[in-house]
Design a binder for this molecule. Sequence first.
Ligand code: ADP
Ligand code: ADP
Length: 235
Amino acid sequence: MIRFESLNKVWPDGTHAIRDVSLEVPRGQFCVILGPSGAGKSTLLRAVNGLMQPSSGRVVIDGTEFNARTQSVLRRRVAMVHQHFNLTNRMSVAANVLAGLLPMVSTARAMSGWFRPEHREKACELLAQVGLSPAHLKRRAGELSGGQQQRVGIARAFMLDPEVVLADEPVASLDPKISSDILRLIRDAARERNATVLCSLHQVELAREFGDRIVGMRDGQIVFDGSPEAFTDEC
Ligand code: ADP
Ligand code: ADP
């Protein structure tokens, strides 16, 4: 379970990006954070992996508070899927998927694209699950289509069997026609492993289709929290 307790974030320029957000997300839930650009979704997600230092309040994962002392351990349980994929384009798909094992393998090992047999098996299983063949391992990530790159991003995210997956607008850079396919892959991979997903989106239809729950955000505040059925466009 992830618990946000009275979280606030004021950026150095005075922007109050998160305003007193309290939220509990149970294990295994696909929780959509829905809101327009600038609502604070990305800032909120980044509090769960230490990329954002809150101004006040706490994030607690399974009873352990996220802080400077605990973050190196907690971070291994939290993976991220990015809007712009964040792959190293000139490196192979293999090296990019292996990067999901950092810090369990050295950076040099990940960069080499050299797999231990058990890691190779896992990478191939994950690639198959996201619809890519082992032949893709040798391709440069930058040569793939956007949809294929995000599939690699998803495979990378699941390499360490994360308990939490932060998906920050995972389909915003993709052709809308494949948005559902990509969200379905994240949902199914998470479901199979009972991982919790915090997924930020700005599209109401996708939130309704994929969320077990919708948390609506606007101007840094939660303005709706409930089931997709209860969500109306006025929220
Ligand atoms: P969303 O993900 O919903 O688009 P963000 O969390 O990215 O929203 O941004 C929330 C607010 O915080 C916006 O006003 C944005 O400009 C601001 N913001 C985000 N990151 C920073 C930063 N590093 N420094 C200053 N302001 C930021
Ligand atoms: P992404 O689309 O990959 O989530 P963003 O465009 O939201 O990236 O933000 C990219 C980076 O710029 C982030 O580190 C974010 O914190 C920072 N950022 C966003 N808005 C602002 C802002 N108004 N001022 C300064 N930095 C910002």
